[in-house]
Design a binder for this molecule. Structure first.
Ligand code: PEP
Length: 250
């Protein structure tokens, strides 16, 4: 049976108490979920949510991490600290990090390599803005983000990585790429991966789609041959919406 990876990015939402309540509700709701599911609360709630998901089928993720292991980096959180809390995955290169905090491909690549080295599974986010899409540079933008994000990642390390294709214009806007359009970009990402790692590695790579995924569009998106999961923002904040997304095959 095909396997899907559904991840929820809670962004800068939820106090610790609210995060624990949502995590508890999800543990119950998703107890028999068939998919691989990850939730990424804010840093401040990671320790408390780690206690809730321990021993369950929900994996714990972080939304970002520092590019150094430790040292004089005020305000940063390192891979070591995340591992210490029971975090197993980390979202890197989210468009909000790229655009609001000016993270470039070189910095994101450093984080990807460090996460892998420290045993964290990165979700590498890529995606074009509306201007880039309209200018016809979708493939060059996404291709560059994939190539540069994976620089110096070995073929042996590749299975630990997930790529999330998130068209920037579809994030938090209610606009979703049509399933066929999204699938075409995912197929292109596999072409790029094949040029780097060969056909089998490209075929096996888990590529999530992100951008206004909701209970009513998830099944159609997941039915596309090149879409292997979802990275969910707004709809990840409530059990009433994230539950049905993760349980879309129930
Ligand atoms: C995201 O932030 O990764 C995202 C996909 O957000 P939303 O689902 O709200 O569009």
């Amino acid at each position: 049976m095909r396997s899907y990876y559904i991840a929820g990015n809670w962004k800068m939402h939820k106090t610790t108490g609210e995060a624990v309540a949502l995590a508890q509700a999800l543990v119950t709701e998703l107890a028999s979920c068939k998919e691989r599911v990850m939730i990424a609360p804010p840093f401040t709630a990671l320790a408390a949510v780690a206690e809730v998901v321990k021993g369950t089928n929900l994996r714990l993720g972080a939304q970002n991490m520092g590019s150094e292991l430790q040292g004089a980096h005020t305000g940063e959180v390192s891979a070591l600290m995340l591992r210490d809390l029971g975090v197993s995955a980390v979202i890197l290169g989210h468009s909000e990090r790229r655009h609001s905090y000016h993270e470039d491909d070189a910095l994101i690549n450093r984080k990807v390599l460090l996460a892998l080295e420290q045993g964290l599974e990165p979700i590498l986010c890529v995606g074009e803005t509306l201007e880039e899409r309209e200018a016809g540079s979708l493939e060059s933008v996404v291709g560059t983000q994939v190539r540069e994000g994976l620089k110096n990642v070995s073929a042996a390390q590749l299975p630990a990585i997930t790529i999330a294709y998130e068209p920037v214009w579809a994030i938090g806007t209610g606009k979703t790429a049509t399933p066929l359009d999204a699938d075409a970009v995912h197929a292109y990402i596999r072409v790029v991966l094949e040029s780097l790692y060969g056909a089998e590695a490209a075929r096996s790579m888990c590529i999530q789609y992100g951008g206004s995924v909701k209970p009513d569009n998830v099944a159609e998106l997941m039915a596309q041959p090149n879409i292997d999961g979802a990275l969910v923002g707004g709809a990840a904040l409530k059990v009433e919406s994230f539950g049905p997304i993760a349980n879309f095959r129930a």
